[in-house]
Design a protein around this ligand. Structure first.
Ligand code: NAD
Length: 341
């Protein structure tokens, strides 16, 4: 655990997403130590060197390429290792290859009595978040998937464009799978307390095409990947936002993915619902009063993820020679540091 202004984030997988999130974390001044770990050591070293050469333009920060063991004392481990979608591929197509990598890497970076919060980003992120909890028997509150934090931003962006209001003034969530079955919650979307529909009619804007916007949110990654091969800028900022909420104990509401334990009658699966994020991790899950059709769509999302989960082996990994304490301290103390933004 780090004290004072010492905050360490480890990024496993220094590809497009890992490097971009390292970059935004570095320029935000949020962390004092950033270690990049990649199976391709040259890649991690190259990215670390390139980032570190920013030294005279940013707050002091130690940036280096490291080994898996360097994750052991990190406050947050961002996991972005593995394959990404190729044009036309769905996130669920990645499950067997990325689960295979996760099984090899996870025991090297975290164990049950480690205080780090594990932030899963690799796709399919809901299944890999669930896998991380099950494979290592980690406490669910300390394993977070980046989930639909990015999708909610895409949703807000599209509403903001139509309504000519900045995206930060729009309260709208995408819940469920980070993928094809995700659910934009139109019934609760609001701008300064007005429903989106009311806002449009009061301002003289045409009403929004709900189907079109929902589909553009769902298809956003496909559209970007078809044009430039990968998505990384917006997800980099989503990762930084989640890390900031944890490190600064902000109690921010974000649509991260995590284990559901009966919300809407759904359990034993990870998906996204608005959740309070603070130094404990995913401290509280909010089950919103969504419309009936949205609740049904959420259940469909859960069933879709579960049907894939059932096809893979998620029994706890055999970890030779280790005896674990199964209870973790909950009162892990991340310090409040003035002046960090
Ligand atoms: P990338 O190919 O650019 O990078 C992946 C990196 O993982 C590579 O550098 C590779 O060497 C490394 N890697 C592979 N096996 C490893 C291992 N065993 N140990 C350490 N490192 C290993 O891919 P990317 O574009 O950075 O995407 C990474 C993941 O993030 C993908 O699964 C992608 O689908 C996902 N993603 C998630 C979101 C989200 O919102 N959750 C958004 C974008 C991308």
């Amino acid at each position: 655990m780090h004290f004072g202004d010492q905050r360490k984030v480890a990024i496993v997988g220094a590809g497009a997403v890992g490097a971009c999130s390292a970059y935004v974390m570095m320029i935000s001044g949020l962390v004092s130590e950033l270690v990049l770990v990649d199976i391709n050591r040259d890649r991690a070293e190259g990215e670390a060197m390139d980032l570190a050469h920013s030294a005279s333009f940013i707050k002091p920060i130690k940036i280096y390429a490291g080994e898996y063991e360097d994750c052991r004392d990190a406050d947050i481990i961002v996991y972005s290792a593995g394959l990404s979608q190729k044009p036309g591929e769905s996130r669920l197509d990645l499950v067997s290859s990325n689960l295979g990598i996760l099984k090899k890497v996870l025991p090297k970076i975290i164990d049950r009595d480690q205080n780090s919060i594990l932030l899963m980003v690799t796709n399919p992120v809901d299944i890999l978040t669930y896998a991380a909890i099950k494979l290592m028997e980690l406490p669910p509150e300390r394993v977070i998937g980046s989930g639909t934090v990015l999708d909610s931003s895409r949703f807000r962006y599209l509403i903001s464009e139509h309504c000519n209001v900045e995206a930060r003034n729009i309260h709208a969530y995408v819940i469920g799978e980070h993928g094809d079955t995700e659910v934009p919650v139109w019934s609760l979307a609001n701008i300064a307390g007005f429903s989106v529909k009311d806002f449009c009619s009061r301002c003289g804007y045409s009403s929004m095409d709900i189907e079109l916007i929902s589909s553009r949110v769902r298809r956003a990654a496909y559209e970007v990947i078809a044009r430039k091969g990968a998505t990384f800028y917006a997800v980099g900022l989503a990762i930084r936002r989640i890390c900031q909420s944890i490190l600064r104990d902000e109690n921010t509401i974000l649509t991260v993915s995590g284990l559901l334990e009966g919300q809407y009658g759904i359990k034993d699966v990870c998906l996204s619902l608005p959740s309070i994020i603070n130094r404990r991790g995913r401290a509280r899950v909010l089950d919103l009063p969504v419309a009936k059709n949205e609740e049904e769509a959420l259940r469909h999302s859960a069933e879709t993820i579960k049907s894939i989960q059932q096809q893979v082996d998620l029994s706890p990994l055999e970890l030779p020679g280790e005896s674990y304490s199964r209870t973790l301290p909950n009162n892990v103390d991340f310090p409040q540091v003035p002046g960090f933004h």
